[in-house]
Each structure stands twice: as C-alpha cells, then as structure tokens.
Design a binder for this molecule. Structure first.
Ligand SMILES: [Zn+2]
Length: 269
C-alpha cells in the first residue's frame, strides 16, 4: 500500500493528535489545516485548499489528507526534475466549484485549470473509481493526482497553450487527436513521477503499479463510453484508449526520462 506507514501514522492516535493540533491551529488562525498537513510531510509549501462549503465525511477527510500527501510528493519529484518548478494548488470540493476555467460539478471528474494553476478534485470521484469503475487502491488515487499534475507540467512547458491554439483551426475530430496526445502525455508524466518517487522513497509496494494501471484502464475513454452508452465512438475520444493510457504511463514509469514523452510525434501513438 502506497505511503501506508504515513497514512497509518496520520490515523493512529499520534496522527490524530497532530491533526487535532492543526485543526485547533486553523480555528485560531483561519488557515486550512490541510495546507499544514502537506507541510508536515515535505517541510515545503505544498498548497491544498478546501472549497467552502466543504461537507467532508470522515472518509473524505482521510482521502483529503492522502491527496495532500501525494501532492507534496509530486512537488518533491518535479522540483528535482524541473528548474524553477511552480507548484500547483490542489482544491478539494464537494458538489460544485468555480475556477478560472469556469464552474464545474462533480460529474466533470478531476481536472486541472491552466488559468489559475489549480487541480480540482471532488473526493467522491475516488469513491466512484472504487465502486463504479472497479479501480480501488491508493496508488490508483495517486495516479489520478499525478495525471492532473502532468497537465500542470504541460502548462508550464507551454504545450497546453500550443494545443489550445489549434482549436478552431481544424475540425473537431482532428482537434480530438491532439487532445488525446495531450492526455496520453499527462499519463506519461504521471509515470515519470512514479518512477522518481519510487527511486526517492521506495514507497510503492507490490501491487501498486498494477493498481495504477488498472485505474488507467478503468478510466480509458473506450471503457467509460462503453459503460455509459454501451458502445464506443472512437472519433470523440479525448483521453485515449485504455491500452494507450497504460502503455504511455508504463513508458514514463520504466524510463523516468522526460525526453521519451513526445506523444505528438509518436507513430503509432
Ligand atoms: Zn487529463
């Protein structure tokens, strides 16, 4: 189980005291305790916001603490790979949220907004992954966050803007192929993160990689579409097939090499 010991500490008696202290601190200072949880694990400035009104269940709070930990871990990794890495903010919400990219509901799923450099995550998505998509496990959840951080990396590198500029210059079908390349590159970057995270802290345990790949498979567009409509419409794919997603994640995980992730010139994709 990924980061099992940390999470166990967090929810052990000692951990609860730490959380209680942070909650107390946040009541006094008006600061969000999760921000401090992130700092607890990195000593850095990991930012996690909770949108109001946030009606988290105990299970949500557990997932929130876990998400903050994963975000902090992605920061450790990307700070080591990229010069002047600008850390994104994680926003946890329930129901609906407004971002610089417009308002979104839980149905949107996790997303990254380049306009405010924030990752938006409705924790109920994790429960859906477990119950509706049959993708349980904490590494699968880490993969989802790492994928959104991958979009942040693409934004920092100017790739997102280049792709967005193509919109309107071509047919929707043609644009979708670029959209797929962008998504598969985010999967690749999630794999690069997992590679370096593993080298730094050996936190992955047996079964974690399979969990992540299972998640990639479960949220491949072909599978999501089959579940929702019973048939697959390849032209409207915007994330790539499950096979493609697993392959690009694995390429990043196996190599850990940013230079291997040019999905835009890969043939076959
Ligand atoms: Zn994506």
């Amino acid at each position: 189980m990924l980061l099992g010991p940390l999470i166990r500490l967090l929810f052990s008696k000692t951990g609860l005291i730490i959380v209680a202290l942070f909650l107390g601190f946040s009541l006094i200072t008006g600061n969000n305790p999760l921000t401090f949880l992130g700092q607890l694990f990195t000593g850095g400035e990991s930012q996690t916001e909770v949108s109001t009104p946030y009606k988290g269940t105990p299970k949500d709070n557990e997932l929130a603490a876990f998400s903050a930990t994963i975000l902090a871990n992605t920061e450790d990794v990307w700070n080591g790979i990229l010069d002047n890495y600008r850390e994104p903010t994680l926003v946890l919400f329930t129901g609906s949220v407004s971002s610089a990219c417009g308002s979104a509901s839980s149905a949107t799923g996790p997303f990254y907004c380049p306009g405010d450099e924030k990752l938006y995550l409705d924790l109920s998505f994790f429960e859906d992954m477990e119950k509706k998509l049959n993708a349980p496990g904490d590494f699968a959840q880490a993969y989802v966050i790492a994928h959104e951080v991958g979009h942040h990396i693409q934004n920092l590198m100017g790739i997102t803007e280049k792709v967005q500029n193509l919109r309107g210059q071509m047919s929707k079908t043609e644009y979708n192929t670029y959209s797929v390349k962008l998504e598969l590159q985010a999967d690749f970057l999630a794999g690069v993160w997992a590679h370096h995270s593993q080298q730094m802290s050996h936190m992955m345990e047996t079964g974690d990689l399979e969990e992540a790949l299972n998640a990639a498979f479960a949220i491949g567009d072909d599978r999501l579409q089959k579940q929702s409509s019973g048939r697959v419409v390849p032209d409207s794919f915007t994330h790539g097939t499950s096979e493609q997603r697993i392959r690009w994640f694995k390429k990043g995980f196996d190599t850990g090499d940013m230079a291997q992730g040019d999905t835009f010139n890969a043939n076959p994709l």
